[in-house]
Design a protein around this ligand. Structure first.
Ligand code: NAP
Length: 253
């Protein structure tokens, strides 16, 4: 495999201002992509853009809340123009997410539910719809959605998060069938526990991993990014509609 399989391509990563999204953006840039760095955080997006540029890569921020269709479309089109490398986004990683508060069902009110589904489900719809026209015109595209083990196996609580992550699995399967005729591949990654800002506040998280996870630890963002980069590459041309789990063996199904 070429060390720069994404040379000449534009990739977009949502929620790329930290954690898994930042790791994906940095790796795709190291492998040649010009990256649109979406995040709702101005500082987070700027820091990722800076990290990519410091390594000689190309990146442009697209600061917007993915649940706001007009805002994200405006920001992405401006970033695409700012990159100056064509008008097609060939790789999309729908990663933006908000942490699961381990809420029991009785405490999930409409505002919490709307926000959770808005960011994860509507956000992925919006961004996928934004990139589709270009991918169809180009006759190729790779979309990787980021779900969670909470989507594949559920949890003991946090059903609003599990619902949003479960929706990403079924959206992936349907989009994969719908879009295959344009050579657009859609897959979903389901991470188990990964050390990021979103999980840093969970008490005893590292300790828990030693007993919960067969390989004895939770994952690092870069270990999810390498899987995402594979699924986004030509190496994965015969893979679409699939859920790929990365969880150190915590869930084997
Ligand atoms: P993270 O470090 O909190 O990163 C998520 C990023 O998304 C943050 O920069 C966040 O910005 C941004 N974001 C939040 N809402 C957004 C919105 N509406 N529009 C655009 N950007 C938005 O979390 P992470 O752990 O890397 O999680 C990344 C993805 O992996 C999420 O979808 C998460 O559900 C999934 N996941 C994580 C784990 C894990 O253990 N870490 C496990 C399974 C799945 P702010 O910080 O400013 O809110």
């Amino acid at each position: 495999m070429s060390p720069r399989p994404f040379d000449g391509q534009v990739a977009m990563v949502t929620g790329a201002g930290s954690g898994i999204g930042r790791a994906c953006a940095v790796l795709l840039a190291q492998r040649g992509a010009a990256v649109i760095v979406n995040d709702v955080s101005v500082e987070g997006a700027a820091a990722t853009v800076e990290a990519i540029r410091a390594e000689g890569g190309a990146a442009h921020a697209a600061v917007a809340d993915v649940s706001d269709r007009a805002a994200v479309e405006t920001a992405v089109l401006a970033a695409l123009a700012g990159l100056g490398g064509g008008d097609v986004i060939g790789v999309l990683v729908n990663n933006a997410g908000i942490a699961s508060r381990r809420l029991p069902i009785e405490e999930v009110d409409d505002a919490i539910l709307d926000r959770m589904l808005g960011v994860h489900v509507k956000g992925a719809f919006h961004c996928t719809q934004i990139v589709l026209e270009g991918m169809k015109r180009q006759g190729a595209g790779k979309i990787v959605n980021i779900s969670s083990a909470m989507g594949t196996v559920g949890g003991r609580s946090g059903s609003h998060y599990a619902a949003a992550k479960g929706a990403l699995l079924s959206m992936t399967r349907t989009w994969a069938r719908e879009l295959a005729k344009w050579n657009i591949h859609v897959n979903v990654v389901a991470p188990g526990g990964v050390f990021t800002a979103a999980t840093a506040t969970i008490r005893n998280y590292a300790e828990e991993a030693k007993t919960r996870v067969p390989i004895g630890r939770f994952g690092e963002p870069e270990e999810i990014a390498s899987l995402v980069a594979f699924l986004a590459s030509q190496e994965a041309n015969y893979i679409t509609g699939q859920t790929v789990s990365a969880n150190g063996g915590e869930f084997i199904h």
